[in-house]
Design a binder for this molecule. Structure first.
Ligand SMILES: [Zn+2]
Length: 478
C-alpha cells in the first residue's frame, strides 16, 4: 500500500522534526489500518513499527528530546505572557535550552494555572473547548483546547489503539467518567468514531444503571475511575451477577489509586483485565500505560517527563520517591502550553536494568503512590488504600482523613466501612502492610483540609432513572 507508506513516513517525520501533524492524515492512517485488518486480519509489520515512535529508541532519544524541548520552549516564550516572563526572570534563553539546562526554569504549579489562566493562552490559536479538572484537591483548573488538539489527540490514540488491537470495529465502549471531564469524554467518543466502534457515554450515574447498560448494550470496553469501579463490583455482587453475564474484554481505569483488592475483585466479577492508566488534564496529551509488572511507562513521544525530589527539585535516583513533572511538546500541545508542570503525583523511579517487562524500551516508574502536597509524605495514599481496601468488610471506595498528632500519623476511617473490626484490628491491618499509624473509627469523618481522601465516585450525576427489568414491579414487567 503505497499511500499508507507515504502517510506513515509523514507521521514519523512530524514526530522527529516537530512539523505540524495533520489530523486528517492520521485519520486516513487509522482507516488504512482498519482496511488492512479487514482484508488480512492484522495491520502488518510495517505499520506496527510506527507504534513506539522514534523516541522509544534510547540511542537517539536525547538528541530528539533536546530538539523537541527547544522548539517547545521557544514557542511558549514567544506566544504566552506567562513563559515570556518566566524565561526572562530565569535568565534563560529558550533557544538554547536542553534536557539539563531546562532545570533552570522554575516548575509550573497548579496555582500558576488557576491564578492567571490567560497568561498561558497562546496568541494566534483559537480556543475551542474548555475542560475542567475534576481534581480532588482545591480549585478546579480550566484548560482550553484548540480544534487542532481536539482532532489530533484522538487520532493519535485511535491509531495506537487500532494497531495494538485495543479497540476494533466490533467493540462497544462505555464511558463512566464525569460528564464535566469534557476533554476525556470528547476524546473517547472521537476514538470510537475513528475506530468504527460503538460508544455509550453514561457519566457517573447510579451503579445499577451502569450495570443495566453493560448487560443490554453488550459493552466490551469500560472506561472509568477506580472508586466507581469499586461501586460497580459491589452492585454486581448484590445482584448476583458474574463474569458470564458480561461481554467485557478490558476495563481502563485512571485518575485515582486502584488497589489490588478492587482490581482483583473487578477482574473476577467482570471476567476481564483491569488496566491502570494515567492521564491528567493539565498535561494532555502526555499519558502513561501500566505494564504487566506494575510499572507506569510514560509516552515519551508526546512530552518530557522528569521525576524530581519535591524538596530540592533535583532528579531522584532509582528507587527514590519523586514528583512527576511533565512538559508536553509542541506541536502536540498548542493552545495552552505548560512547561515543567508539577503534577504533584509521587512515584518511585525504576532503574532501566530492573524493568524487564514488555515495555522495558522506555523508562518506567512505580504506579502513582500519592500526592506530594498532602503534607504527610510519611504515609503514602497508595499504602493506606492498598492495606485498608483489603479489609474483609470491603470498605470500597475507602474514605479516610489523615492528620498528624504529635508527629505521628492518625488515620480516621468510617466505622460503617469496617463493620466487625476494632480500631486495634484496623491498626494491625495497616501494620501488616508496613504502615505505622494510629487509627480511629468515626461515625462521620472530620473535615480537615488536605488530609481527606476525596473519591470521584462521589461526583454522582442524577438522572431520571428509567424502569428496568431489575427494578420494575413484577406486574408491570409483563
Ligand atoms: Zn514495565
Amino acid at each position: 500500500m503505497f499511500e499508507t507508506g507515504l502517510r506513515q513516513l509523514r507521521m514519523a517525520g512530524s514526530l522527529i522534526w516537530g512539523r505540524p501533524m495533520s489530523p486528517a492524515n492520521l485519520e486516513r492512517l487509522v482507516a488504512d489500518a482498519l482496511a488492512t485488518m479487514r482484508e488480512f486480519g492484522s495491520p502488518g509489520d510495517d505499520v506496527g513499527q510506527l507504534l513506539e515512535g522514534p523516541f522509544a529508541d534510547p540511542t537517539g532519544r536525547r538528541i530528539l528530546q533536546d530538539r523537541a524541548l527547544r522548539r517547545t520552549a521557544e514557542r511558549a516564550a514567544a506566544v504566552t505572557a506567562f513563559y515570556g516572563i518566566r524565561f526572562r526572570e530565569a535568565g534563560l534563553d529558550p533557544a538554547t535550552v536542553d534536557v539539563d539546562s531546562i532545570r533552570g526554569l522554575p516548575l509550573t504549579s497548579k496555582a500558576d494555572l488557576t491564578q492567571q489562566p490567560d497568561g498561558f493562552l497562546a496568541t494566534g490559536v483559537r480556543p475551542y473547548l474548555a475542560t475542567r479538572t475534576t481534581g480532588t484537591t482545591g480549585r478546579p483548573v480550566e484548560v482550553w483546547m484548540s480544534r487542532h488538539e481536539a482532532a489530533l489527540w484522538p487520532a493519535l490514540a485511535a491509531l495506537a489503539g487500532v494497531l495494538r488491537g485495543e479497540i476494533t470495529p466490533g467493540d462497544c465502549m462505555q464511558v463512566n467518567i464525569s460528564s464535566r471531564a469534557t476533554a476525556a469524554v470528547q476524546h473517547n467518543v472521537s476514538v470510537c468514531r475513528l475506530a468504527e466502534a460503538r460508544c455509550v457515554v453514561l457519566g457517573v450515574v447510579p451503579p445499577d444503571e451502569t450495570l443495566d447498560s453493560m448487560l443490554e448494550s453488550g459493552v466490551t470496553l469500560l472506561s472509568t475511575y477506580p472508586s466507581y469501579l469499586a461501586l460497580l463490583v459491589l452492585a454486581a455482587h448484590r445482584r448476583g451477577l458474574s463474569a458470564a453475564d458480561f461481554a467485557l474484554r478490558r476495563i481502563d481505569c485512571g485518575g485515582e489509586v486502584l488497589s489490588t483488592a478492587v482490581r482483583t475483585a473487578a477482574q473476577t466479577t467482570f471476567g476481564t483485565a483491569v488496566n491502570d492508566t494515567f492521564a491528567m488534564t493539565e498535561v494532555l496529551p502526555v499519558s502513561a500505560r501500566s505494564c504487566s509488572r506494575g510499572h507506569l511507562h510514560h509516552d515519551l513521544n508526546a512530552g518530557l517527563v522528569e521525576v524530581l525530589d519535591p524538596s530540592t527539585g533535583d532528579p531522584v535516583g532509582p528507587g527514590e520517591l519523586g514528583s512527576v513533572v511533565v512538559t508536553p511538546y509542541f506541536p502536540f500541545r498548542d493552545c495552552m502550553p505548560v512547561l515543567r508542570y508539577d503534577t504533584r503525583d509521587l512515584v518511585r523511579t525504576v532503574a532501566d536494568d530492573d524493568l524487564r517487562c514488555e515495555l522495558a524500551g522506555t523508562p518506567g516508574t512505580s504506579l502513582i503512590l500519592g500526592k506530594s502536597d498532602r503534607g504527610l509524605a510519611a504515609v503514602l495514599d497508595r499504602d493506606l488504600i492498598e492495606a485498608l481496601e483489603a479489609a474483609p468488610s470491603r470498605p470500597w471506595p475507602l474514605r479516610y482523613v489523615i492528620e498528624s498528632r504529635a508527629g505521628h500519623p492518625l488515620v480516621h476511617v468510617r466505622a460503617d466501612q469496617f463493620t466487625g473490626m476494632s480500631a486495634d484490628e484496623v491498626t494491625r491491618l495497616l501494620f501488616a502492610y508496613g504502615v505505622s499509624a494510629d487509627v480511629t473509627l468515626d461515625d462521620d469523618l472530620p473535615n480537615v483540609g488536605p488530609g481527606r481522601r476525596m473519591v470521584r465516585a462521589d461526583l454522582m450525576e442524577t438522572t431520571f432513572t428509567r424502569p428496568t427489568p431489575f427494578t420494575r414491579p413484577r406486574e408491570e414487567a409483563s
